[in-house]
Design a binder for this molecule. Sequence first.
Ligand SMILES: Cc1cc2nc3c(=O)[nH]c(=O)nc-3n(C[C@H](O)[C@H](O)[C@H](O)COP(=O)(O)OP(=O)(O)OC[C@H]3O[C@@H](n4cnc5c(N)ncnc54)[C@H](O)[C@@H]3O)c2cc1C
Length: 417
Amino acid sequence: MGFDAWRIVREGLTGNRGWRPHWRDPHPKADYDVVIIGGGGHGLSTAYYLARNHGLTNVAVLEKGYLGGGNVGRNTTIVRANYFLPGNSEFYSHSLRLWERLEEDLNYNVMHSQRGLINLFHSDGQRDAFVRRGNAMITQGDDAELLDRAGVAAHLPYLDFDNHRFPVYGGLLHRRGGTARHDAVAWGYARAADRRGVDLIQNCEVTGIDISGGRVTGVQTTRGAIRAKKVGIVVAGRSGQVAAMAGMRLPVESHVLQAFVTEGLKPVIDHVVSFGMGHFYISQSDKGGLVFGGDLDFYPSYAQRGNLPMAEHVMEAAMSLMPAIGRAKVLRSWGGIMDMTPDGSPIIDRTPTEGLYIDCGWCYGGFKAVPASGWAFAHLIAEDRPHKTAARYRLDRFRDGVGLMDEEGTGAQHNLH
Ligand SMILES: Cc1cc2nc3c(=O)[nH]c(=O)nc-3n(C[C@H](O)[C@H](O)[C@H](O)COP(=O)(O)OP(=O)(O)OC[C@H]3O[C@@H](n4cnc5c(N)ncnc54)[C@H](O)[C@@H]3O)c2cc1C
């Protein structure tokens, strides 16, 4: 089933009775060339690019719940390429270029909106850091513009410019940054992978990984054993648990991250605004809700909900940045499980078990990475060598220090990126 303007008009005029499910609901086969564990954004994009870029279609995605029920459907939808460190900047730059043609590629409206992202700064030191970041972004081929206080006021007149604790000095504007509808991204990749023959198997939890003679041979699941020549683990917050099935202890901790949405309002915020000093960021969804969040809850957990101290902190930051938000009613809050690495950057690599690959460590920023991660992980699985954009995302970098994503190996700083 394809989407085009004529089809939408025809369905609209005939009671929308012609639409069909976006993907099949197949029974698992006894064996596959490739099994992907995890039907989140990264698992689905990996399956799609295995089929599209490498012609591998005897592929299954095994999802313990429903497609899109994990972090891919829980995030605050920000898409940007403003990373600073070598290794990250080219990867996220590639991802943003894939985003820019994703809807055409998938024939699916993922509501990618390049409304512009503004990172605020509140001191001379912070401005210097953003100037440096902006130069790195431009050198990488992406866009960045430094705004002074008046420049920020022209874009974001509703901020509190009289705040003495956090005076607005200016901002770094990344015009190609923005948002996309998160669950549509999962659905778009799922539908496109299914159309190329990938089996998407929901309610199928992987409970064991079969290994013989140092080589992966398949997986045990709640729907029976499935043999596979190659297996990819892409389970975000559950990475540590699933890797343990293959005897691995990952350099990953799982932490809760919360988000919040208000009642629907008329258009008021037409950018993504990031207030790093107060650990707060905000945008407005197409339905009108103000979508915002802050930092991690900062304790390891597998609970997909957060606690009140962080909720209070986020609300306080919101009020200090834009007091008018106090008039809006918060409708919902939720949480997701973040797979945090010590240097805040991901892992896309082989494992000590032949034929077993891992893609994890996306921390609180893996939504924007969905296209490039799937692209690079599919490349790794198909060709057995890393894609050039992800060559530094090595599993062993925390043991030997090679490829660490900090500046000079002087110590990991997870939020430098
Ligand atoms: C509140 C919040 C806000 C965020 N905001 C942003 C943002 O604005 N921008 C951004 O770039 N990133 C953001 N992120 C991060 C981003 O959402 C994640 O990094 C990314 O979605 C993780 O990859 P995924 O989509 O593959 O994960 P998931 O969707 O979690 O996919 C993993 C899947 O694996 C499945 N699974 C786990 N164990 C098993 C098993 N044993 N067998 C089978 N299946 C299994 C899970 O059910 C899940 O569906 C945010 C995250 C949260 C929680």
